[in-house]
Design a protein around this ligand. Structure first.
Ligand SMILES: Nc1ncnc2c1ncn2[C@@H]1O[C@H](COP(=O)(O)OP(=O)(O)OP(=O)(O)O)[C@@H](O)[C@H]1O
Length: 232
């Protein structure tokens, strides 16, 4: 099977005084459709850098970022933005919802700004909010939702563009244990249902069994990937 996300020998360097700092050092990573990969590691080890490069938000210093078979190296910024919009869903720690918009509107504002007709977008938004368990909260605004529900809206929003790759950065950082588990379960569910290649950065090892495999970042190096079993 061709991986949906394929990082080949990726290095990312930042200037650091007289020398350079390797935020990513010769990283290889392949994630298939429907695969849920988790990434752990100490602070500053390069986890967010890996997500940023995989999201095509940051260009690597060397190496290839191949998304859904397309090598992104030669693409200009406009082409990268288009590819990102079409293929990549990003879920950050904080949902960053717009306070004045309802749950449905949070999902369709992107399509609206892109000039797409709103009726199909509204239908898809309602369906996705149903998938994430918010079918009864379509008209609620962020202040009427719990932290876990806001993160669910965030996940539904990331799925609007039918992404092939789903990149998730510490989705449970602001949540209690029970809500955290339900969010990781939901990410497992949407990975299976929408066949995304999902990468989740987490510090919460309790939830690794909901994922397929885990690897540790240290000083920009990605360690060996270990399979993890299903939860009891
Ligand atoms: N824009 C930047 N300019 C310079 N150095 C950077 C930049 N972004 C990250 N770094 C450095 O790259 C290294 C990796 O950072 P990164 O944010 O990827 O780590 P992380 O594992 O996500 O950390 P955390 O768990 O604290 O979020 C760190 O040494 C960081 O200081």
């Amino acid at each position: 099977m061709n991986p949906v996300l394929n990082l080949v020998n990726v290095t990312l360097e930042y200037p650091d005084g007289e020398s350079t700092l390797k935020a990513l050092d010769s990283v290889h990573l392949r994630v298939d459709a429907g695969e849920f990969f988790s990434l752990v590691g100490p602070s500053g080890s390069g986890k967010s850098s890996l997500l940023a490069v995989a999201a095509t938000l940051v260009r690597p210093s060397s190496g290839l970022v191949i998304i859904d078979g397309e090598d992104t190296t030669g693409l200009n910024d406009t082409e990268l933005t288009a590819l990102r919009r079409e293929k990549v869903g990003i879920i950050f720690q904080q949902p960053n919802l717009l306070p004045s918009l309802t749950a449905v509107e949070q999902l369709i504002i992107g399509d609206h700004l892109r000039g797409k007709p709103s009726a199909p977008a509204r239908k898809r938004a309602s369906e996705l909010l149903d998938v994430v368990g918010l079918g009864a909260s379509l008209s609620k605004r962020p202040h009427q939702l719990s932290g876990g529900q806001r993160q669910r809206v965030n996940i539904a929003r990331a799925l609007m563009g039918r992404p092939r790759v789903l990149l998730v950065d510490e989705p449970t950082a602001a949540l209690d244990h029970e809500r955290s588990e339900s969010i990781v379960r939901l990410l497992r569910q949407v990975t299976d249902e929408f066949a995304t290649a999902t990468v989740m950065v987490t510090h919460d090892t309790d939830f690794l069994p909901f994922t397929d495999s885990v690897a540790t970042m240290r000083d920009g190096h990605l360690g060996l990937r270990t399979p993890v079993g299903p939860p009891n």
